[in-house]
Structure formats: C-alpha cells, structure tokens
Write a protein that binds this ligand. Structure first.
Ligand code: NAD
Length: 696
C-alpha cells in the first residue's frame, strides 16, 4: 500500500506522507513521493504540489527499521527523491508540522517553498549517530540560515522551533492555524503571481570571513568533540557549502558521510541507539500487555536513594508520599529534596513555579496508613533483609490489591523479598542508580513470580520518568553490579600485584570511562563494596581476598564521604588527591602476601578490567539474567560511565574480535594471583567467538 496519498485539491496536488508514527522515509514512502511528483507533473490541471505529513511529524527522517538492510539503499534513495522534488516542473511546497528531522528536513530543503506551524521542530540530528546529514543537509541549510547557525544546528543535532526561522529563507511562512489551508494558499499565490521555482542549491552561502570563522569553529568544536570524529566532519562539510559550488560541496558531504559510516564511533552510537529501543522490549511479555495505572507513588526511606527516586516522580507530575521511621529522617530528606529544586531554579534549569508545583505534590508521613491508596510503593530502606522483611510485611497489610510493591535493593534476592508478601506477583525490583534523580539507568528486576503486567507497567513508567529501563533476572548484583564487582576486583588485584592507584585509574579514564575503578569505589563508598566482599568471603571461602581494599576500609577510609579512601579529599572538594598513606598500605600488604611487585602494562590493566566485564557479561547472558547483549551494553552506557563511543563492553569486545579477547585472557588465567576459574572463558563467549557470529 502506498505510504504517500495523492489527491487533487483545486489546482494543487497534495501528497500526504503516511508512514506512522513519524513518517520515516522508508522505501515505500520514497517511492510514493516520486510517484506523486510524476503524477502531478503529468496532470495538466495541477499547477502546484504540496507535500504534507501528520500533526506529529512532517518526517522524522530515515526509517530506522530499514537501517542496515538493502532496502535502505534501494532506489529511489533519499537524494534521488530530493532531486525529483527540486527538479519538479511545478512548484513544490513543503508543509511542515511536528518533527522535521534529518532526512525529513533535507527533503523539505529540496522543496521550492516551505511553510511550517510555529511549533514544528526542525533538526539535523545525524551527528548523534556519529554521522552527518547525507542528503544535502550540510549544503542547503547554510544557504538559507547562514554558515554559523547551520554549524550550530548540525554539530549539536538540536531541534529548533520553526518560529525561530521566521523571516529567513528557510521558511517562507510560519502559520498558527490550519497548515494545509496555509500551504494551499501559498501554492495558489506562487502560481498566480508566477513566482519562480526557488532552488536552494542555486543560492550562494556567503560569510564575511570564512577562513577566520572556520578556524575558530574547528578549535571549539574539536575541543568539545574529543573522541567523536563526526562534529569536525560536519564543519568541513559546511565550509564546503561556503567555499565550493553546490555539486562539489555535495561530494564533500557524501565522502564525509561514507567515511563516518565506517568509523567505530558511529558504529557504537548506532548500536546504542538501537540497543536503547530494544531494551524496552521483553521477549516473553507481549507489547500489548495491559498496564496498571500509576497515579500516585509511595516511597519508603528518605535517605540517599528515597529522595532521588521521589524527585523523578515529582518531576513527572506524579504525587509522592515519603514514609520514614523518624522525624529527623524526614526533615533531612525534605531538606535535600528542596535543595535539589533550589539548585535547579538557581541554575535556570527550572522555573520557580514549576519547582514549587513539584514540591506541592510531595507529602510525608511517619506511618504507613497513607500508603493504602497508592498505586506503587518503592522501598529504599537499609540494605538488610530483616529490615526489608518488616517493610514488606507491613506493605502487604496496608496496600490496596493490585498495588505494585517494588524494592530498590542493590544486592538482596528479590524473590526472598517477594516471599515476605502474599502477593509475590506484584513484587518487582526497581534498581535506581545514585544520584537517582540524575542517572538514566533503571534496572527492572524480574522476580520468579513477577506478573507480566507488573513488568510492562514498570517499563512504561520508566519512560514517564525518563529512565532507560533494562530488565534483569535475579542474581547477586543483577547485571550492572555483578559485572562491576569483577572489574573492580581486577583493579584491586592489580594493585596488589604491582600497579599503582593512579596508574590504574589513568588507563581506564584514558580508555574513556568517566572515572577509573578506584575513584569510582571512593565515590560509591568503600563500605558498600566492603560489605559485599565480606558477605562473599563468607559464602565462598576460597575466594581471593582483596587485602588492600579491605585494609583501607578497616582504617575507616570509605572514600569521599569520609574524606579518604584510595585517595584523599579536601573538605568540600571532590578532586581525588594522591595519598602516600595508601602507598604505604599497598607496600605493607605486598610484603605480607609475599608478592614481589611487577610492572603492569597499560594494556594489561585495560584488558583485565574490561574483559572482566565481558567475561562476566557473557555468563550473565548465558544464564538468561540479561535478555540480550545489547541490554548489558545499555546498563554500562547509562549507569556506569562506559564510553558511549565504544558502545558498551559487549559491543566493544565484538569490535576487538571475540577470538582476540579470548586470546588476551589466556595469560591472565595462568597468573598465580588470579581468582581461580575466573579467566576461564565463559562458555557463551567461547561459542560466539568460534562461530564468528558474535553476541548480538
Ligand atoms: P540510606 O541509609 O541513605 O537511607 C535509608 C533510609 O531508610 C534512612 O533514612 C532510614 O531512616 C530509612 N529507613 C530505614 N528503615 C526504615 C523503615 N522501616 N521505614 C521507613 N524508613 C526506614 O540508604 P540508601 O543509600 O538510600 O539505600 C537505600 C536502599 O537503596 C538500599 O537497599 C540500597 O542497597 C539501595 N541502593 C543504594 C544505592 C546507593 O548508591 N546509595 C544505589 C542503588 C540502590
């Protein structure tokens, strides 16, 4: 069925793009537009042509379901479509509403005239996928809004409301009312007055000082873009729009596009883009599973996590009741929440009115009775099973039937927690990351008995509060912390074997992590990792002890919160400073353990940390704790500061080559200081490497 509906309205052919949800420019739509243009050209009664989309979108650009398939490059490709439109013998008017993104905007720029609703959103977001607009966007946009504005839009990928372009050659008209009516009127005027078929390609893009401008732009963009090649290529292409004739500029754009398509950075960004979409789907929970209505939320515990969690819901306009044990706890929590809103207002990120409206949605209580009416409760109390037991027993008594009972536990067994209630089907883990109002990741922990509609509700709710949700099965540490424990363990073992705190963190930060494993341990709180290790030592007495890390904790050095850990910290300052006291601990422990320190290379540090993630990730995948390798990548990209341009640990391993990863692991298994068995390749890793198919 055609995705471009053709009808004639008076003397104007109207081609309506119809590929919901956002008129992605898939093959059928591209064919439909070309057919429509031809039909209009062949109809003598037709004097002009209007291209129009839906209220939601003129077009969101390329059809993502075609990505990586031959259909994407099947003719007519987008540049062919744009050529048909631009060379049409009758005036073509783009009528723009909603999203006009990427290829959608490039299509509009190929039209002779453009009219838009004031709130339509125009953007060329390709840079976010490590690419640049490849259908003339870098050549036509500067010709209508000038090189400076065009560079800003293309390098940032940001959406700009149409009303900002009023009066520029980008938009001939901006309307508030009926778009089609406005477009038909504009078409009538063009025909009546015999106005020319304006082609943007024929305009000159001038700049008073192109050399100076592009030199300056390259410096600033280069400094910002660091590990991403696309932004500088965008600058090159816009420069070509200023300095070269159109067709030569198009060549520059196309060469840059082809080059960027091959870069690992773009591959990683495209992987992340699709990974995020896939993560929201649960393979055995149908997408039409009914969801429960969440109109109000209860949060238990007004500590670090409870307050951050509450802010998410307040921001989304959902009323929250926080329950605490003591008034002091409530007061502390409330002060924190208020200070977060005050900070946002001060920084101009939120209006005073909006902040107040959020705070007005918050109520507090020292008893559980107000929780009898809420639709969802999230528990964020101390990490002790007995405390969780008392909370969930009470919730089971108080909450209405059908209310979802969630725990934010990081390490405890959600199935055990569910068993404290008579409704385990309503119990789920909602594992937020600290600071919970900032971090994007939400691990949705699926208990053995968690009902499908509870899961579906959690996934939907995650979108409402703007989180990236990833489903995890129940295991020690779920996906993220179970893997990070292995990664940090390697860092701590290397410290014992001969590396320094600074060396380890530097290597990992150079790789692109937001912070190295030891700085991260200091930020998270050494006591938390220590408690986990102590439990694990009990459970697995054969486990390798991380003596230096334990010794540092024994000294009361829990990281930033105590002013010292693997580093020392000045009051009120988060900068991690070298601490000779730690060097002393390291030296003492090595002596006690009889370890002669050896020089550990940057390569070994990197491989042991990152491949520890990969190997454990493969185990997690094989056990079905994660649904897909890309979900593991999402956890690491959104929750652990893994460099986005490397696509997450599983994607990165594939880029390196799984055989190469396994090869690098061999000597680690022979290291007498290694955790026994850990460097045995996970069976899935070995199978994927041998089959050459990879994880995805
Ligand atoms: P916290 O100590 O900062 O806060 C816990 C709060 O719960 C305290 O204010 C305490 O008074 C209150 N509380 C304890 N028992 C209660 C009860 N029976 N009824 C009402 N209130 C009670 O702890 P936190 O860091 O916010 O951690 C809370 C939970 O979140 C834990 O399960 C933890 O594992 C998990 N978690 C923590 C982090 C983190 O980085 N801090 C990250 C993810 C998950």
């Amino acid at each position: 069925m055609s995705q471009a509906h053709y009808e004639v309205n008076g003397e104007t052919a109207v081609i309506r793009l119809d590929n919901p949800p956002v008129n992605g420019l898939g093959l059928a739509l591209r064919q439909g537009i070309v057919a429509g243009i031809k039909q209009a050209e062949g109809d003598e009664k037709v004097k002009s042509i209007v291209l129009i989309g839906s209220d939601r979108a003129f077009s969101g650009g390329a059809d993502i379901s075609e990505f990586g398939t031959p259909t994407m490059m099947a003719e007519p490709i987008l540049t062919t479509v744009i050529n048909y439109v631009e060379s049409a013998r009758k005036p073509v008017i783009a009528a723009i509403s909603g999203a006009c993104m990427g290829g959608g905007l490039e299509l509009a720029l190929g039209c002779h005239y453009r009219i838009a609703t004031a709130d339509a959103q125009l953007s060329l977001p390709e840079v976010k996928l490590g690419l640049l607009p490849g259908a003339g966007g870098t050549q036509r946009l500067p010709r209508v809004i000038g090189a400076e504005h065009a560079v800003n839009m293309i390098v940032s990928g940001a959406a700009v409301p149409a009303k900002k372009f009023q009066g520029t050659p980008l938009l001939d008209e901006v309307v508030d009312g009926d778009l089609l009516k406005g477009a038909l009127a504009l078409a009538g005027k063009v025909v009546k007055e015999g106005l020319p078929l304006k082609r943007i390609r024929d305009l000159k893009c001038q700049h008073p000082n192109p050399e100076g401008f592009f030199m300056f732009t390259r410096t600033t963009v280069g400094a910002m873009a660091k590990n991403y090649p696309a932004p500088l290529k965008c600058v090159d292409a816009v420069e070509a729009a200023v300095t070269k004739p159109f067709d030569q500029g198009m060549k520059v754009e196309q060469e840059a596009f082809a080059h960027l398509m091959q870069t690992p950075e773009s591959a990683a960004l495209r992987h992340a883009f699709f990974a995020e979409r896939k993560a929201s789907k649960i393979s055995d929970v149908p997408s039409d599973t009914p969801v429960r209505d969440i109109k109000s939320v209860g949060v238990i515990g007004a500590g670090t996590m409870g307050t951050g969690i509450s802010i998410n819901f307040l921001n989304a306009g959902i009323p929250v009741t926080i329950v605490e044990m003591k008034q002091e706890g409530l007061d502390r929590g409330l002060t924190h929440i208020r200070s977060v809103y005050e900070g946002r207002v001060k920084k101009g990120r939120m209006s005073q009115e909006k902040a107040q409206a959020c705070l007005d949605l918050l109520t507090t209580s020292l008893d559980y009775s107000p929780l009898s009416t809420v639709d969802l409760v999230i528990e964020a109390v101390f990490e002790e099973l007995s405390v969780k037991e008392s909370v969930f027993t009470k919730l089971d008594e108080v909450c209405k039937p059908g209310a979802i009972l969630a725990s934010n536990t990081s390490t405890l067994d959600v199935d055990n927690i569910a068993a404290f209630t008579k409704r385990p089907q309503d119990v789920i883990g909602l594992h937020f990351f600290s600071p919970a109002n900032v971090m994007k990741l939400l691990e949705v922990v699926r208990g053995e008995k968690t009902a499908n509609d509870v899961l579906a509700t959690a996934m939907k709710l995650a979108k409402v509060i703007k989180k990236t949700a990833v489903v995890s099965g129940v295991c020690d540490g779920f996906i993220g912390n179970r893997m990070i424990n292995q990664y940090q363990r390697e860092a701590m073992l290397m410290l014992q074997e001969g590396a320094s705190v600074q060396q380890i963190d530097k290597v990992i930060e150079k790789f692109g992590f937001a912070m190295g494993p030891l700085r991260m341990a200091d930020l998270a709180g050494g006591d938390i990792g220590w408690a986990i290790r102590k439990r694990q030592y009990d459970e697995k007495p054969e486990m390798k002890r991380m003596v230096i890390a334990d010794r540092i904790c024994e000294m009361g050095r829990y990281g930033q919160k105590t002013g010292s850990g693997f580093y020392r910290y000045e009051p009120g300052n988060r900068a991690a400073l070298h601490d000779p006291a730690v060097d002393q601990v390291v030296e003492d422990v090595r002596k006690e353990l009889g370890i002669t320190p050896r020089k550990i290379s940057a390569e070994e540090i990197l491989q042991r940390c990152v491949y520890a993630l990969v190997n454990e990730g493969a185990r997690i995948l094989e056990e079905g704790i994660a649904q897909r390798a890309s979900d593991i990548d999402m956890v690491y990209l959104t929750g652990y500061g893994f460099p986005v341009y490397r696509g997450g640990p599983m994607h990165y391993a594939q880029q390196v080559g799984l055989m190469n990863v396994m090869r690098a692991m061999e000597p680690f298994a022979e290291n007498p200081n290694a955790e026994p068995g850990f460097w045995e390749p996970a069976p899935l890793l070995a199978r994927c490497a041998e089959s050459g198919k990879g994880f995805h």
